[in-house]
Design a protein around this ligand. Structure first.
Ligand SMILES: Cc1ncc(COP(=O)(O)O)c(C=O)c1O
Length: 980
């Protein structure tokens, strides 16, 4: 009797089930695709692509894969080690109720969190409308003329204000004055930046700001101790000597107190966290910058503007090509690329939902509770300051004893010094909280009686008089149905990964699995104040230590800082560490940074921010670093060589053979090697930069390790270094020596001296609350899954390049004619013969329901395709079919079957309005315009606008909500009757 062996229980438990969920192609498809490119196994293909010199000799020393259920149970146990106390610490972070409709339909909704930065305007109209609401909200509340579409955090926004003021002002002074009443973390981030950029910082009292000659001042309004100053006279005197007034502020307070723009501010920054975004132990949250219109062309970050489409209809677009305007290689003024779009969308929807009246009600209630608490404390003889919004500075108390009592009551206060504490109330504060807080000081609070007897504590001179959020969008969607449908309508306009692959080269739009996202919104991760005492955050510590160790293993470096909250911030941190290292060896004169011409714009931008001089080195005809040119420059600048920044595999999509030799040359000349790790997804489990001679890398967890892009942020850009650079990594808040932070401190700090470069982000662990995503990914995939993901990423890219090879030329290939994880399709020859540009192809792909590949980076006139491992063969084939059909259309132009001007590529994308119009005037059929492949008749994405005009929007810069009448005009222009 024959007996087939049944699977074992262990097999049936299927611990590695997630690997096949994350990786698109199954074994049969992988075999078939391998045959297409001419290999019989993934191992043989990997050997053919990756240079032997860098290949890891051993598998990753990480555990095996576990199932989703097991991984969630593990991270649940970690989360449970955090203790959620009620925090009244304030200092820039406040409790908030995330409206449930926003929590579920934005933060937990892949239509929003899997979207990419809106470079392709036509398929990004929804999120750009949300961002223009954000810009309008920030500009209105601050009383400024223009605001951007988010920055990373309040500290870095303030540092950006410092440099914007330097570029924009008339003063010859090199001094930037910072009030000693700004939040300590802001001061710390500014200190780091000022030191690197050679700006003289003067920290002093508000009164000194008028007297010290400086090119700009930074004030906090209300200040870090809660006091609301009247700065009009001060602002006038700073202006009188040609200085610029920068203000860090709180949007909720601004519903009640005068807008900084109304009393003379030139640049206003802040954090929108308390507009519905959880603490998350420090991030991510959306910061903002608002300023005078005169500075708009040198403002950092992205700016959404209003343009028109091919039909003359209003359409949104990234205006002033903001990415390019400020990240202009060595002429860059800032390195901000990824920002905080998802969180900006949340904050904007919070304002849309509550409207001006709702926000004012929330602010008034917070203020009322604060005034009542102040009155209760005053009655009991406890000294509190006056002129406050939500924060009380309580002096003359035994701070230690109060904090000990608070801890028993599971309450966090802010320790200022031994004899003073502060308390910040917020939207989540209740009557019961006020009673509990009062009792810590031996006071009683009869809430209603105190309410009746207590006046507001807002200074009369700065009570807000100007209106805000008057646009209908902030006054319409106040019922849940209205908001739900508004958010859905916006999401429906956009293409995100919940509908299609997004084959963006250099961006790695891989799966953001639901199981990875789930812990992010658990209160044990979301509801932890960034300055909560260490005893309450042991779960976070375990998560952070664990993730750092995983990343050390994946990269071959010795230490990792998770503080940078974007890739570019990781570059900045890594280059600062290199600079500090040279200085520590008496070689502070080393200031040259070699950067190949193919580098991402943030590389030179970050180098410039660290006071380094950028020397661009050439690439050869194969897209590799021109070794001779690199060697020549290393020799020429031998005495001054600080670093080489190289991306590996290169932005040309190739594993360069000479990487080890390149590292050797740099080291021989005393420099350090910085490897941009944005392409680490082609290396994990296969090779380790820390082992082939590189000294430092940043990683993009929002690419390689599955954190979603959120439409342009959040990001996490850890900085990984070899041991000699470790002492110079960013320090955490707890490391700041007491006294350096204007005596403001939170309990639980253990100050010590450090050679660190300082903080580069406002929060010690950057965007801490999204770290569970990468932790989950690595845990779910295990050592084998991670390696297989890398191999399939290589396979998918080569499969596309191979199948498209009869139709499009791949610009660069490496050994054996293979590409790495992405391929550059060269469309320049087609432009010469038919006039069809890469942009026309990108726009035509929208008619097929695809987000375009990366357009004209790193080579103008090309499309860079990165499919990632998560796309199945079926989805790859769908894309390939679309690209082949597009090539056929181009051939038809070549043959004269389609007109050179009036063809479906030049007029793409086609809207439903155009295709269904009574009249059709084009020289090609309607059906070809709308349904170039039969499958599109079953599932079709309709672009909400026609091709957006790139020039109009830059010539007519308009960056806030469009007056509703303008839309009415558009609708009327289109309202042809369609029944007779
Ligand atoms: C090669 C490379 N380096 C650096 C960056 C910057 O990363 P981030 O956008 O997170 O600042 C990117 C982002 O696109 C990149 O592709």
């Amino acid at each position: 009797m024959s007996q087939t062996k049944n699977p074992s229980l262990r097999d049936l438990e299927h611990h590695d089930a997630f690997i096949a969920r994350h990786i698109g192609p199954n074994d049969t498809e992988i075999a078939q695709m391998l045959r297409t490119i001419g290999y019989d196994s993934l191992e043989a293909m990997t050997d053919a692509i990756v240079p032997g010199k860098i290949k890891s000799p051993a598998p990753l020393d990480l555990p095996m894969a576990v199932s989703e259920v097991e991984a969630l149970a593990k991270i649940r146990a970690i989360a449970d080690k955090n203790q959620v106390f009620k925090s009244f610490i304030g200092q820039g972070y406040y409790g908030t109720h995330t409206p449930n409709v926003i929590l579920r339909n934005i933060l937990e909704n892949p239509a929003w969190y899997t979207a990419y930065t809106p470079y392709q305007a036509e398929i990004s109209q929804g999120r750009m409308e949300a961002l223009i609401n954000f810009q309008t909200m920030c500009a209105d509340l601050t009383g400024m003329e223009i605001a951007n579409a988010s920055l990373l955090d309040e500290g870095t926004a303030a540092a950006e204000a410092m440099t914007l003021a330097k570029r924009s002002g008339k003063s010859k002074s090199n001094v930037f004055f910072v009030s000693d009443r700004v939040h300590p973390q802001t001061l710390e981030v500014i200190r780091t930046r000022a030191e690197a950029m050679g700006i003289d910082l003067h920290v002093g009292s508000d009164a000194d700001a008028a007297n010290i000659d400086s090119y700009g001042v930074l004030l906090q309004y209300p200040d870090t101790f809660g006091h609301i100053g009247d700065y009009k006279t001060l602002a006038d005197s700073v202006h009188a000597r040609g200085g610029i007034v920068c203000v860090a502020t709180d949007l909720l307070a601004l519903t009640l107190i005068a807008a900084p723009g109304d009393w003379g501010a030139d640049i206003v920054v802040g954090n929108t966290q308390r507009f519905g975004v959880p603490y998350g132990f420090g991030g991510p949250h959306a910061a903002f910058m608002a300023c005078r219109d005169a500075y708009k062309r040198s403002m950092p970050g992205r700016l959404i503007g209003v343009s028109i489409d091919a039909e003359g209809k209003k359409a949104y677009r990234l205006t002033l090509q903001t990415r390019e305007q400020h990240i202009r290689r060595e002429k860059a003024t800032s390195n901000i690329c990824t920002a905080q779009v998802l969180l900006a969308v949340m904050a904007s929807m919070y304002a849309v939902y509550h409207g001006p009246e709702g926000l004012t009600r929330i602010a008034r209630r917070v203020h009322r509770l604060t005034a009542i608490l102040a009155a209760a404390l005053g009655k009991a003889g406890v000294a509190v300051g006056k002129d406050f919004f939500d924060t009380l500075h309580i002096t003359g108390v035994d701070g230690k004893a109060i904090l000990a009592k608070a801890e028993v009551a599971r309450i966090n206060l802010r320790r200022i010094d031994d004899a003073s504490v502060s308390i910040s109330l917020d939207e989540t504060s209740t009557r019961a909280d006020v009673v509990a807080l009062a009792s810590l000081f031996g006071a009683e609070a009869d809430i209603d009686a105190l309410d009746a007897a207590t006046a507001d504590a807002l200074p009369a001179a700065v009570v807000r008089k100007s209106a805000f959020l008057t646009h209908p969008v902030f006054n319409t969607h106040h019922s849940e149905h209205e908001l739900l449908r508004y958010m859905r309508a916006l999401a429906d306009k956009d293409l995100a990964m919940d509908r299609t692959m997004i084959p963006l080269g250099s961006c790695t739009m891989k799966l953001n699995a639901t199981a990875e996202m789930i812990p992010v919104t658990w209160p044990e991760f979301g509801q932890i104040h960034p300055l909560a005492p260490a005893s309450q955050t042991t779960g976070y510590r375990e998560l952070i230590d664990g993730l750092e160790a995983m990343l050390v293993e994946c990269t071959g470096y010795d230490a990792v800082s998770l503080q940078p909250n974007s890739g570019a911030q990781g570059e900045y941190a890594g280059l600062l560490a290199i600079r500090a290292y040279h200085r520590s060896r008496g070689e502070g004169h080393r200031d040259i940074c070699l950067i190949p011409e193919s580098a991402h714009g943030t590389n030179p931008a970050s180098a410039q921010m660290c006071g380094m001089q950028v020397v661009v080195t050439k690439c050869d005809a194969n897209g590799n670093v021109d070794l001779e040119d690199m060697r020549r420059n290393a020799e020429k600048y031998s005495d001054r060589l600080a670093a080489l920044m190289i991306t590996y595999p290169s932005t040309h999509g190739v594993f360069e053979e000479d990487i080890v030799a390149i590292c050797d040359i740099v080291h021989q000349h005393g420099g350090q090697v910085y490897t941009d790790g944005a392409n680490m997804n082609a290396l994990v489990g296969v090779a380790k930069p820390g082992k082939w001679g590189s000294d430092v890398s940043h990683l993009n967890l929002h690419k390689t390790f599955c954190i979603p892009h959120g439409g342009g942020g959040p990001g996490v850009g850890p900085c990984a270094v070899k041991s000699h650079l470790e002492p110079f990594l960013p320090r955490t808040y707890a490391d700041i020596p007491v006294g350096e932070d204007q005596k403001a401190a939170t309990h639980g700090r253990t100050p010590h001296n450090s050679r660190s470069v300082g903080m580069v982000s406002a929060a010690s662990f950057g965007s801490a609350s999204i770290l569970p995503i990468s932790w989950m990914y690595i845990t779910l995939m295990g050592r084998e899954g991670l390696r297989r993901a890398t191999q399939v990423a290589l396979l998918n890219a080569n499969y596309i390049a191979k199948r498209l090879s009869p139709h499009y030329e791949t610009l660069y290939t490496g050994r054996n004619g293979l590409v790495a994880h992405e391929c550059i399709l060269d469309l320049r020859p087609l432009k010469d013969t038919t006039g069809i540009s890469a942009e026309d192809v990108a726009k035509r792909l929208i008619d097929f329901g695809f987000h375009a590949p990366t357009l004209s980076f790193p080579v103008a006139g090309t499309l860079m395709v990165e499919p990632t491992e998560s796309e199945s063969q079926q989805e790859l084939d769908r894309f390939i079919d679309a690209m082949i059909q597009i090539r056929d259309e181009i051939r038809a132009i070549e043959d004269g079957r389609l007109d050179r001007e009036d063809n479906p590529l030049k007029h793409a994308p086609h809207t439903a309005t155009q295709v269904s119009a009574t009249e059709w005037t084009h020289a090609y059929p309607r059906e070809l315009a709308a349904f170039p492949l039969p499958s599109l008749k079953f599932q079709k994405y309709w672009s909400p606008v026609a091709r957006v005009d790139n020039i109009y929007g830059d010539k007519n810069v308009f960056c806030s909500c469009v007056p509703i009448n303008d839309f009415k005009e558009d609708i009327e222009a289109f309202s042809e009757p369609n029944v007779s």
